[in-house]
Design a binder for this molecule. Structure first.
Ligand code: RFL
Ligand code: PHB
Length: 394
């Protein structure tokens, strides 16, 4: 098989890149290790920046998101037992975020891809990338017991943190920056009405908590837990009990509990790969960087990476120019480091760090108190949360 761009991974990065290229008349094949059902079963992001909403609209998959997604103009910060609203909409001159699950985004992209008759190979095993440092890269894989080869002009590594693309780069050609946090997030999904109409980010002496949602009838909650905790250690009842203890009295009273329909523990990490281009292979999304989920930036960064990458390929094929592919890495990394900084800062502000003691809690509370009472402080958090403009700093 031959294609112009071989995309490894059918997560949001790979599927969105596929749609962007299809719209531009560039041929791409997606190779995915898992089944579509498995890809859709991973419950992850919930908050989309305007920039992401715009890209989804651009490729024509935004209809259901606009129908079913929830537009939020603010969120609450809860500390010292009291809630304070960050009015993002006012502080950013009218910007909002869209609460719409990654599962739904992925679903919409998969539907659009199959409606357009585009090729995705699911359940491909032993995927390997070859010759990306030369003119004719190749991808090999096995499917149904048979060996296949895909030749291409470019490889897009959209295969997530544990993918094969980054791992195939010679060690001397890549730098990795990493911070692993000493706790995880235990998440629960339940068919219960959300405790509040907007998100609540909680700093409590018992640890961080987050009240999020997927719809008016489906809630998503998270608790900071020790890294050693397993899902089996937490019954639904224990989860709700601990969440109640981290909330303010009004939220505690409003909280509607019910059986979980998904429960998982996620580790938190900050991670960046430099560069993101290796000859004719490019990394995009979680393959190139990870943020702790506190800032809700992971999926949004994936969307801007693939937007930039599609522009680079369009310039290459339409204008015969290498300018876009040459600047891809630097252009993405600027935006990535800004989101990394915000995610690390917000994570540090909201979580309990083992061994740091009561003074750390006092410092956090004083900083939160400053942020909510200072127009400049509140605006700083709001403008980062809604997402910096694409041309920020230019
Ligand atoms: P994905 O989603 O990991 O998809 C990669 C795909 O590649 C496949 N793959 C391979 N395919 C072929 N060959 C191989 N060797 C392969 N190895 C892997 C995988 O099966 C998979 O299908 O990466 P992608 O597309 O870059 O998307 C990134 C996002 O998934 C991620 O950044 C977000 O989920 C992060 N995130 C959030 N981001 C936000 O913008 N807003 C949020 O509110 C938000 N909340 C979250 C989050 C992530 C979380 N977890 C669990 C890490 C909340 C949580 C709890
Ligand atoms: C989610 O709804 O899953 C979610 C929302 C906001 C975050 C992280 C996760 O910061």
């Amino acid at each position: 098989m031959r294609t112009q761009v071989a995309i490894i991974g059918a997560g949001p990065s790979g599927l969105l890149l596929g749609q962007l290229l299809h719209k531009a008349g560039i041929d791409a094949v997606i190779i995915e290790r898992q089944s579509p059902e498995y890809v859709l079963s991973r419950i992850r992001a919930g908050v989309l920046e305007q920039v992401t909403v715009d890209v989804l609209d651009e490729v024509g998959v935004g209809q259901r998101m606009h129908r079913e997604g929830l537009v939020h103009g603010g969120f609450d910060l809860l500390f010292k037992g009291e809630r304070h609203r960050i009015d993002m909409n006012r502080l950013t001159g009218g910007k909002n975020v869209m609460v719409y699950g990654q599962t739904e985004v992925t679903h919409d992209l998969m539907d659009a891809r199959s409606a357009a008759g585009l090729t995705t190979v699911y359940e491909a095993s032993n995927v390997a990338v070859h010759d990306f440092d030369a003119d004719h890269p190749r991808v090999t894989y096995e499917k149904d017991g048979q060996q296949h080869e895909l030749t291409c002009d470019f490889i897009a590594g959209c295969d997530g943190f544990h993918g094969v693309c980054r791992a195939s780069v010679p060690r001397g050609a890549i730098r990795e920056f990493e911070k692993v946090y000493p706790f995880g997030w235990l998440g629960i999904l339940s068919d219960t009405p959300p405790v509040h109409h907007e998100l609540i980010y909680v700093n409590s002496p018992r640890g961080f908590a987050l009240c999020s949602q997927r719809s008016h009838t489906r809630s998503r909650y998270y608790l900071q837990v020790p890294l050693t905790d397993k899902v089996e250690d937490w019954s639904d009842e224990a989860f709700w009990q601990e969440l109640r203890l981290r909330l303010d009295p009004a939220a505690r009273e409003h909280l509607v509990t019910g059986p979980s329909i998904e429960k998982s523990v996620a580790p938190l990490r900050s991670f960046v790969t430099e560069p993101l281009r290796f000859g004719r292979m490019f990394l995009a999304g979680d393959a190139g960087h990870i943020v702790p989920p506190t800032g809700a930036k992971g999926l949004n960064l994936a969307a801007t990476d693939v937007k930039y990458l599609s522009q680079a390929f369009i310039e290459f094929y339409a204008d015969r120019s290498d300018a876009g592919i040459d600047s891809y890495s630097e252009r993405c990394l600027k935006r990535i480091w800004r989101a990394e900084r915000f995610s690390w800062w917000f994570t540090s502000l909201m979580h309990r760090f083992p061994g740091e003691g009561e003074i750390a809690q006092k410092f956090q509370e004083a900083e939160l108190d400053y942020l909510i009472h200072s127009e400049a402080g509140a605006r700083t958090i709001a403008e980062n949360y809604v997402g910096l403009p694409l041309d920020f700093g230019r």
